[in-house]
Design a protein around this ligand. Sequence first.
Ligand SMILES: Nc1ncnc2c1ncn2[C@@H]1O[C@H](COP(=O)(O)OP(=O)(O)O)[C@@H](O)[C@H]1O
Ligand SMILES: [Mg+2]
Length: 234
Amino acid sequence: MMGVTGVIQFQGVTKIYNNGVTALQNINIEIEKGEFAFLVGPSGAGKSTFMKLIIRKEFPTSGQVLVGHKNIAKMKAGEVSLLRRNVGFIFQDFKLLPHKTVFENVSFALEVIEASKREINRQVPAVLELVGLKDKANIFPSELSGGEQQRVSLARAIVNRPHLLLADEPTGNLDPETSWGLMDLLLEINKRGTTVIMSTHNKNIVDKLRRRVIALDGGRMVRDEQKGGYGFED
Ligand SMILES: Nc1ncnc2c1ncn2[C@@H]1O[C@H](COP(=O)(O)OP(=O)(O)O)[C@@H](O)[C@H]1O
Ligand SMILES: [Mg+2]
């Protein structure tokens, strides 16, 4: 199934929630495979809704979201689960399982897709090494700093080698130094071929890295720049 890995396209996408709120209005955009794009905009701009539409957590009210040229609203259940398997997520709140160790939190992501024990024992240490937590595999989330917890959630998001990583304000709860550590990892993952879409309020990071910037405001796309800056005052 080719479609899983391909370009993401929004064609005239409007999302109006049941309460009447227009979260996105007539969004037209294309994000190529392998890109790194920032999604910026004030709170309520529609950033999380944008992410949810890509994995069919929400459906557009009108318009279409295509992944690999395929309208995801028309995918069958099996195709949707394949799509989601190929997408990793990280969020502002880390959502780790408190009674599982670091290793188990990461391996859980492989167990749910029925990976073999052998696969788990190969992939989990490799990804913990990548995020710099190899030595903390057997401790519990409560014993980690916020930055370390976010690195566990990143490890969990990428352990099955997703084609696309959606990071929804991943540095929202991190101090500047820790945030930069996480950015280095996201850039490294992107370099290895994963498309990364990251929503953020972090002006510093966006202005320094000069990547593609897609700006939303009140549900409208107000900017789409290569090598852009943050561009909002907040
Ligand atoms: N499930 C929902 N039901 C109703 N309104 C929602 C829902 N999710 C988000 N919204 C509204 O849609 C708008 C965009 O929200 P969101 O996509 O979360 O923005 P952001 O992530 O940029 O803060 C906001 O006005 C928000 O209150
Ligand atoms: Mg949000």
